[in-house]
Design a protein around this ligand. Structure first.
Ligand SMILES: Nc1ncnc2c1ncn2[C@@H]1O[C@H](COP(=O)(O)OP(=O)(O)OP(=O)(O)O)[C@@H](O)[C@H]1O
Length: 616
């Protein structure tokens, strides 16, 4: 059995006796390998078989004897004059040494083949491991790109989109397939927020892959698919491959909410600012009022006309109706306006007074509606107008007939729509203002002369109240005289002055062109001039023209030279009353009378008229 196995073994085997230098047996594979039959092989000695490497053979044999086995791959034999190196494994057996032989070249081949195979296998394994790792990294990157709330997209050197994440799609509304490969600037960045063209060579995203710098912006918009401009902040970071710029990655964020909040904050600040301005103005206005020492007293009088007027005040005060108060200067029109305000539901807010006669024509609009900084030269800061100041309160337009025609339309609009714009601003503001007007002019006549808009006149004249002249309610005189004496003496810390019946007669006979204001001024002057506490009004004798002179239109030829002088004197006084003692300049008495101021001054001197009496 064993000899059969030896014979049929799949490798070449020879059994040698090294001591006697004999080849004892060779199996079939050995015969095939060495191209010798068994008999021929048996005729060789061992040293004849390995003729060129006897020294190596001896060393090898010694190794086998020493260790029981040995391996060599550099023993050569010569077959058909060809040297063949063998790969030999040897073991010692009882009677000799068994050599298992293969061609060394074949062994090498097998060895390298198996090495290559194993490398290949381990390479494949490594590769598949690496692939798995890369897949995992890619998966994590994708997860990151998908999970982040910021929009992210990549662009190549031409500015075409290479990838877009979910957040970007959500923000700008374009599908991935609609963006990939498309020029991203032209798709979402073509225009500025105001719609003007955004040239690609100005685009910081493109700049990133031209200059290699990171570009950040927070004041731009991306356009959504629906055409909506989305405020964004973004960073464009250049991408490099082996040092060469290949594109950019853009990370952006929708800042609409932030912008909205900023805008709200800005609006709130503006509102605070305008409220502050309004409070400052209101404060300044109230200060003016305090300085002006306005008489907040009641309306004095028991005459039927005063009773009627008070009844009208009571009727109209609780409503928000516009009121037009007519009457001569000094009859108490402002007092009536204040009484209406004080009896209205607006009484806890300000009563804002505007003297229309005192405003230069070019400043009317700004005075009424305010202006913004820079609206005209001199507009160095924003200013709240009187309408805004009087919001929720009452606005009293004194001398309303003086409002220039070109502004009357705007006044009508605010009275009808409660809306206006500050000068230099397009923003429309809304107010809730109750307007009370006063005039000593005949507004109807002004309408007929096309100096006052008829529609405005009707709008103002919703509820007219007439303030009667003092001469038409002379029965109120004693009450008024006492009232002013008490007021002035109290203020000046003087003992109450007295007026005899005779002196009261002088007062009653006077025509009072300056009405109650004139009465108050004269009483004050006489209190100052009085010796003791008795007041004298004989001086009014010189100032009696209107009472004494009743022009008879039917017989003008009867007017004497003296009467003519008296008429002129009265006319001068009336002019001074109307202009509150102002002689010179715009709306001064000289202008009203069409006289040179110097001429008027000399006439006043000639007639002994003291203009100071008529200043308020
Ligand atoms: N009935 C009255 N009782 C008490 N004081 C009065 C009365 N009427 C007017 N006065 C006083 O007379 C002065 C002038 O009144 P007021 O300024 O209201 O007149 P006006 O008609 O508005 O004058 P103008 O048209 O010149 O502006 C004020 O000091 C006011 O207090």
């Amino acid at each position: 059995m064993l000899s059969h196995l030896f014979k049929q073994a799949p490798v070449a085997m020879i059994f040698i006796d090294p001591v006697n230098n004999q080849i004892l047996q060779a199996n079939l594979q050995a015969q095939a390998l060495f191209s010798l039959d068994a008999e021929k092989l048996g005729s060789y000695t061992v040293s004849q078989f390995f003729p060129d490497c006897l020294d190596k053979l001896m060393l090898f044999t010694q190794q086998v004897f020493e260790h029981g086995s040995a391996w060599s791959n550099d023993l050569s034999i010569s077959i058909n004059q060809q040297s063949i190196t063998l790969d030999i494994n040897a073991i010692t057996l009882d009677e000799g040494v068994l050599l298992s032989c293969q061609l060394a070249s074949v062994c090498f081949q097998h060895y390298y083949q198996s090495l290559a195979e194993s490398n290949y296998q381990s390479g494949l394994l490594h590769w598949s491991k690496s692939e798995t790792i890369y897949q995992e990294i890619e998966r994590q990157n994708q997860m990151l790109l998908t999970a982040v709330g910021d929009g992210i997209y990549g662009v190549d050197k031409k500015g075409n989109a290479t990838f877009v994440n979910e957040a970007a799609i959500k923000i700008i509304g374009w599908k991935k397939s609609e963006l990939i490969g498309k020029n991203i600037h032209h798709m979402i960045h073509h225009s500025h927020a105001d719609g003007s063209h955004y040239a690609v060579n100005h685009c910081p995203i493109f700049a990133a892959f031209n200059d290699g710098e990171v570009h950040s912006m927070d004041e731009e918009v991306f356009w959504s698919k629906s055409g909506k401009a989305i405020p964004v902040e973004y960073t464009s970071t250049p991408l490099k491959d082996n040092g060469e710029l290949i594109g950019a990655v853009v990370v952006f964020r929708d800042i609409s909410k932030r912008k909205e909040t900023e805008q709200k904050l800005l609006n709130a600040l503006q509102q605070v600012d305008s409220l502050k301005q309004r409070l400052e103005m209101e404060n300044a206005y109230l200060q003016e009022e305090i300085n002006a020492d306005f008489n907040h007293q009641q309306i004095i009088g028991q005459s039927e006309s005063v009773k009627h007027m008070v009844h009208q005040i009571e009727l109209v005060a609780p409503t928000d109706a516009n009121v037009l108060i007519t009457g001569e200067s000094g009859t108490g029109k402002e007092l009536i306006a204040r009484a209406i305000h004080d009896a209205s539901h607006r009484k806890n807010r300000s009563f804002i007074r505007v003297n229309c006669a005192a405003i230069p024509a070019e400043l009317f609009e700004s005075e009424f509606f305010g202006h913004v900084k820079g609206a005209f030269s001199g507009a160095i800061s924003d200013r709240v107008g009187r309408f805004e100041l009087a919001n929720d309160a009452t606005l009293f337009l004194d001398e309303v007939g003086e409002i220039p025609l070109q502004l009357q339309g705007k006044l009508l609009r605010v009275l009808q729509e409660f809306q206006f714009e500050r000068v230099g601003e397009s923003k429309t503001r809304t107010v809730d203002v109750r307007v009370i007007c006063a005039t000593n002019q005949n507004l109807k006549a002004l309408v007929e002369q096309n100096k006052f808009r008829e529609d405005l006149y009707f709008r103002l004249n919703v509820f007219p109240i007439h303030s009667p002249a003092l001469r038409d309610r002379i029965e109120d005189l004693p009450l008024l005289v006492n009232h002013f004496i008490n007021k002035i003496c109290l203020r000046s810390n003087l003992a109450a002055a007295k007026v005899s019946m005779a002196q009261m007669q002088y007062l009653s006979r006077y025509s009072w062109p300056g009405n109650i204001r004139e009465l108050e001024n004269i009483i004050e002057r006489q209190i100052i001039l009085a010796k003791g506490n008795k007041l004298s009004f004989e001086c009014l004798n010189q100032d009696l023209p209107m009472a004494e002179i009743q022009l008879n239109n039917a017989h003008p030829e009867l007017i004497s030279a003296q009467q003519q002088k008296d008429i002129e004197r009265t006319n001068l006084i009336n002019a001074l009353v109307r202009t509150k003692g102002k002689v010179y300049g715009q709306s001064g008495a000289a202008e009203l009378l069409n006289l040179k101021p110097t001429t008027l001054s000399s006439k006043l001197k000639k007639y002994g008229i003291n203009r100071q009496i008529y200043t308020n």
